[in-house]
Design a protein around this ligand. Structure first.
Ligand code: C2E
Ligand code: MG
Ligand code: MG
Ligand code: MG
Length: 292
C-alpha cells in the first residue's frame, strides 16, 4: 500500500517513524491525564553568589509517570509546547512557585530567596500571559520582586515591539526577567539593549567546554563583558567543577548554578539545604579577589 500512497507519503510507512509517532501519541494522552491528576512536581536547584551565599533557586519541573517513572522535561516540555498543553502546565508551575514564595515571605530564613521559573515561548506569547502573572501574584500574595521568569531567545523573536512592551509591564509588576541559554539563539545585540532584562544566563554548553575549548571560553567571557556593559547580572548554569567555577570568577562572574553546588532537589530537600547551607563544609572558598 505504501507504493499506492505515492512517493511523498512513503515516510508514513517507515516503521521507525511510525513507532515514534505512536509513542508520541501515547505520551501526549498521558500528559493530559498527568495535568488532571497532578503528576508533576517542582524541583529546586540552588543559585549562589561567587562568595557561596544562597540567593534562590530555579524551578525545574519533574513528571512522575505512573508507569514510566520520572520523565525528563527534555522529553515532555517540547511535546507540551507542540500540543499547547504548555499553557495550562506552565500556569500550574507559576502558581505553585507563587504560593511557595508567599509562604517563604513569612519565614525569615526563606524570605530573601528568589524563585526562577522557566517560561516557554508559546506560553509567553499567549494572550493574557501578563494578566495570568498578575492574578497569580495577587491571589498568592507573593512578593513580585522574588519572582524571576526565565525566557529563551525564541520567546523574543516575533513582534519586537509587543515583546518589549510585555516585558516592560512585567518589570513594572516587579518581576525579574532572565534570558536563559544565552548565546545559543539569534538575538541581535542592538535588540538586546532594548529589552528590560535583569539577567543573562550563560548556556551550560559554554560552561561545559570552558576548560578545553578556547571558543567556549571566549564566548563565556564575551557574555560576561556584555552583561557588565549593559548593566545586566550574568549567571553561569551547569557549573560542575571547582575549576569551572574559579575560572568564571576570574572572568568576573558573580552568580552560579550547577551540580557543584546542588542538584535540583524536591522541595523538602531544598528547604533542608537552606537550613544546612551556612555551615556546609564543602562550600567552595572564595578565590583570590582578582579584577580583570
Ligand atoms: P534549563 O532551564 O536550561 O535548565 C537547566 C537544565 O540543566 C536542567 O535540566 C538542570 O537539571 C540541568 N542542570 C543543572 N545543573 C547542571 C549541571 O551542573 N550539569 C548539567 N549537565 N546539567 C545541569 P532539566 O531539569 O532536565 O530541564 C531541562 C529543560 O527543560 C530546562 O532547561 C528548561 O528549558 C525545561 N524546563 C524545565 N522545567 C520547565 C518548566 O517548568 N517550564 C518550561 N517551560 N520549561 C521547563
Ligand atoms: Mg532555565
Ligand atoms: Mg538554561
Ligand atoms: Mg536549556
Amino acid at each position: 500500500q505504501a507504493k499506492a500512497a505515492g512517493r511523498n507519503q512513503l515516510c508514513f510507512f517507515d516503521p521507525v517513524t511510525q513507532a515514534a509517532l505512536a509513542e508520541r501519541a501515547v505520551l501526549e494522552a498521558d500528559l493530559r491525564v498527568a495535568l488532571r491528576n497532578t503528576q508533576f512536581e517542582l524541583h529546586l536547584q540552588a543559585q549562589v553568589t561567587h562568595l557561596g551565599a544562597l540567593t534562590g533557586a530555579e524551578v525545574l519541573l519533574r513528571w512522575r509517570h505512573p508507569v514510566r517513572g520520572w520523565v525528563s522535561p527534555a522529553q515532555f516540555i517540547p511535546l507540551a509546547e507542540q500540543t499547547g498543553l504548555i499553557v495550562p502546565l506552565g500556569e500550574w508551575v507559576l502558581q505553585q512557585a507563587c504560593f511557595q514564595l508567599a509562604l517563604w515571605a513569612e519565614q525569615p530564613r526563606m524570605a530573601g530567596l528568589t524563585l526562577a521559573v522557566n517560561v516557554s515561548a508559546h506560553q509567553f506569547r499567549q494572550k493574557g500571559f501578563l494578566e495570568t502573572v498578575q492574578n497569580l501574584l495577587s491571589r498568592s500574595g507573593a512578593p513580585a520582586h522574588r519572582l524571576k521568569l526565565e525566557l529563551t531567545e525564541s520567546a523574543l523573536v516575533d513582534d519586537v515591539e509587543a515583546v518589549i512592551a510585555l516585558m516592560g509591564e512585567l518589570k513594572q509588576l516587579g518581576v525579574k526577567l532572565s534570558l536563559d541559554d544565552f548565546g545559543t539563539g539569534y538575538s541581535s545585540l542592538a535588540y538586546l539593549k532594548r529589552l528590560p532584562l535583569k539577567q543573562l544566563k550563560i548556556d551550560q554548553s559554554f560552561v561545559r567546554d570552558l576548560l578545553n575549548e578556547p571558543n567556549a571560553r571566549a564566548i563565556a567571557h564575551a557574555i560576561l563583558q556584555l552583561g557588565e556593559s549593559l548593566g545586566l547580572q550574568v549567571i553561569a548554569e551547569g557549573v560542575e567543577t571547582e575549576a569551572q567555577r574559579s575560572l568564571l570568577v576570574e572572568m568576573g562572574c558573580l552568580a552560579f548554578q550547577g551540580y557543584l553546588f546542588s542538584p535540583p532537589l524536591p522541595l523538602a530537600d531544598f528547604i533542608q539545604l537552606t537550613r544546612d547551607w551556612p555551615s556546609r563544609p564543602r562550600l567552595p572558598a572564595p578565590g583570590p579577589a582578582k579584577v580583570l
